[in-house]
Design a protein around this ligand. Structure first.
Ligand SMILES: CC(C)=CCC/C(C)=C(\C)COP(=O)(O)OP(=O)(O)O
Length: 402
């Protein structure tokens, strides 16, 4: 079944989803607030013509409209081996936009030497398509590119340092690598005589270069509170990478609760956190930090990451190194068959998504317009993420990329 026909598949409506849609439809759109300096769009950036905008949930009338479309959960048809999941459909499919973002992302990776010798696999994985699907509230390829650079840099940190020995990862080096990589996003400020050494270290390693360059690009669209949020989320992600490295070096399988807590931090939170930056508005720091918002956002992000676990099982099975995913951890702890473990993992995913849906609906009632738009964006992110995983050759191809 094609991606488009899956998107168009009959949907299972949900009362809470309709409530959110109705609430959001009553509110006008949020005006862009994020800084966008003059000339920040590269030459050749695609114009935001009416025809392109029409399909997107942006602008004054867009918020209600998009929310009405995205607050529709469903048990969708999945790829081989992945059970039906409760997840919204992707809101749009714009292959031309995806292609443009992917091409620019590849040009950037080539320029900085990221994934040298493996760029065909990166091209095939189609992270440009992920950005197009997951951020339907902009059709600006440069904003999608900024988010794509950050995401690819974070993925590369995982591949180069954590779980791909063919790319040089080694558990003994992980902590040292992550510590230096952090300086790429939150610059080190040593006494003057050490500055050249730090600068050299940033340039010597493609992961560090990618992290620094991705953050610099996003800084064109984000204010300082949003950038601090992003740095924080990536620091937390690095804690998760370290946690996985510890299990790997000990040869230890975590408990299910421990793995789930891990998948909240070794997760797509840093991607989801860019939702307003890409959309062109600012979710106030106090609202992002509200524990109720954090709970909703992290539950959604964990669910999105479990989608990765489910779709990447085959790829991980083919890998030489020890791989961790929820079905494997459940099978070990609960002594069930792999199929049962997959079903139980899907049920956990669904519970997280339904809880997000319910709690986001409540938060939308009392929150700011920016929070409503952000929560709608998170919901859209879930749909785009699932659609991408179900079609990306990173997870479906027989000779799988790293
Ligand atoms: C883009 C981003 C924030 C990635 C960080 C976390 C990450 C690498 C994943 C959620 C993907 O998990 P995994 O390590 O299993 O990756 P692949 O399955 O190899 O794509």
């Amino acid at each position: 079944m094609s991606l488009l026909s899956r998107i168009a598949a009959p949907t299972a409506r949900h009362d809470v989803a309709r409530l959110v849609a109705a609430l959001l439809a009553e509110h006008p759109g949020v005006r862009p607030e994020g800084p966008e300096p003059e000339g920040s769009k590269p030459p050749g950036a695609r114009p935001e013509g009416p025809a392109r905008r029409a399909a997107l949930p942006t602008g004054p009338t867009g918020l209600g409209t998009s929310a009405a479309r995205i607050t529709v959960g469903r048990k969708g048809v999945e790829g081989p081996g992945v059970p039906e999941l409760y997840c919204p459909p992707a809101l749009r499919d714009d292959p031309a936009l995806a292609e443009e973002v992917n091409a620019r992302l590849l040009a950037w990776a080539e320029e900085i030497g990221l994934y040298a010798g493996r760029l065909d696999r990166v091209r095939a994985a189609d992270f440009g398509r992920l950005m197009m699907l997951a951020h339907p509230d902009t059709d600006d390829p440069d904003r999608l590119l900024a988010a794509g650079k950050c995401a690819l840099a974070e993925w590369a940190t995982d591949d180069y340092y954590c779980d791909d020995e063919s790319m040089g990862s080694a558990p003994a080096l992980l902590g040292a690598h992550l510590g230096i990589a952090y300086a790429a996003i939150d610059p080190a400020h040593p006494p003057l005589r050490y500055v050249p050494a730090v600068e050299q270290a940033m340039q010597d390693d493609p992961v560090r270069t990618a992290l620094r360059s991705g953050f610099a690009h996003m800084a064109r669209y984000a204010d300082s509170s949003q950038l601090a949020r992003l740095s924080h989320e990536v620091a937390v992600l690095f804690v998760g990478y370290g946690q996985e490295g510890s299990w790997r070096s000990q040869g230890r399988m975590p408990a299910v609760w421990e793995y789930l807590a891990h998948r909240q931090i070794n997760s797509f939170v840093p991607c989801v956190a860019m939702t307003d930056m890409v959309g062109g508005y600012v979710l106030p720091a106090a609202e992002y930090a509200d524990p109720r918002v954090r709970r909703a956002v992290t539950m959604a992000s964990t669910a999105a990451t479990l989608v990765n676990d489910l779709y990447s099982m085959a790829k991980e099975h083919r890998s030489d190194s020890v791989e961790f995913n929820l079905p494997t951890v459940i099978a070990a702890e609960e002594r069930c068959t792999p199929r049962e473990a997959v079903e139980r993992s899907a049920a956990i995913h669904d519970e997280l998504v339904r809880t997000f849906e319910t709690e986001a609906a409540a938060l939308a009632v009392t929150g700011s317009p920016q929070l409503r738009r952000f929560l709608a964006g998170v919901w859209a992110w879930l749909g785009g993420n699932r659609a991408w995983h179900s079609g990306s050759p990173r997870y479906t191809s027989a000779s799988t990329p790293s």
